[in-house]
Design a protein around this ligand. Sequence first.
Ligand SMILES: Cc1ncc(COP(=O)(O)O)c(C=O)c1O
Length: 390
Amino acid sequence: MNFSEYLAKTGKYPVDLAAVKANGCYFFDAEGKKYIDLISGIGVSYIGHNHSHVISAVKDQIDHHMHLMVYGEFHHPTQAALAKKIIEISNHAFEQVFFTNSGTEANEGALKLAKRATGRPNLIGCLGAYHGSTHGSLSVSGNESRKTNFRPLLPGVSFIRYNQEEDLSIIHEQTAAVIIEPIQGDAGVRIPTKRYLTALRKRCDEMGTLLIMDEIQTGFGRTGKWFAHQHFEVIPDILTLGKSLGGGLPLGAFVAKRDLMELLTENPPLGHITTFGGNPVSCAAGLASIQVVETEHLLDTVEEKGAQFERLLVHPAIKEIRRKGLMIAVELESAEMTERVVLNSIQSGVLIYWFLSTKNCFRIAPPLTITSDQISSSCNAILTVIDNIL
Ligand SMILES: Cc1ncc(COP(=O)(O)O)c(C=O)c1O
């Protein structure tokens, strides 16, 4: 059946691959051609595809039940166990989790919570940020070309430049929240200084403004720690999660201290609700995935694996590599060249991908389980593609 006939899609040039099977770092098309997945479904399949521990946890949950009742009404051991685990791996920087369906919804919940907690009208986002495609998340995202034709968006939103301490003075007594990625993803992996994030935290504290960190892309070991803010020792008031959280199934969350979260129980009661958020099958997959990271000690390997990519991807056409752990942006000379490198790499069996807004870079975000041999052979294939294009 024709892919485009009944399915709405918003990209002009979908990659057009039809995978029929996936396992570990690989997926296979109908002809049996093997591809190595260097982007993990854009940061989702972080322990590889179809890990046996995750598959059995999912099957076990399905054998018990799937959806029963809207989130938060019934006691649900799988949800509770995943929430407890998230709090543990946050080193108890937070106390409670509200599960959503997706990343953008997690940000919507966080923005609402900040307004409810402070009673203030204004929000601040960062230039270059991507927080999702719904109205609230889009409003605080920092790429104007993605927003213009969808206005009016949320009122009272202003922007600061990322990693620029001078701009922090615009945070004031009417600012409910600043939302920031602790490492910007779609901006092409931009890593701030510890000094900047510390100054941001301080300014928010002085102004009574809540700090929201969007770790939808950076969470769950992608950068070598469970959460990227742990590298900087700067703790937000609200943490938002998605992508890897569901271990391959749809799941998002916002996470905060109990006293903050409890505000959503009154004025109005049920201040934030969702039908499917915290779906038990997604929670089972998410929890099983964290267990795999722990039992396979994957966090200890992430930085060295990222460094191996950086060591091997040396070529005159590569202008810069920006990276933390296995969250990698490779900058080339132009958008045209990036497009050709991505398409030709896919042809040669290596799935790399572009960014939404940063057109002269391609992204690498493989499963954390990738091996040294897989990294070497993938890098060789990418370098050969670049050589052939030049
Ligand atoms: C940093 C960040 N925030 C939010 C989102 C939106 O998540 P979702 O696509 O699950 O709504 C993304 C997705 O790419 C993201 O990278």
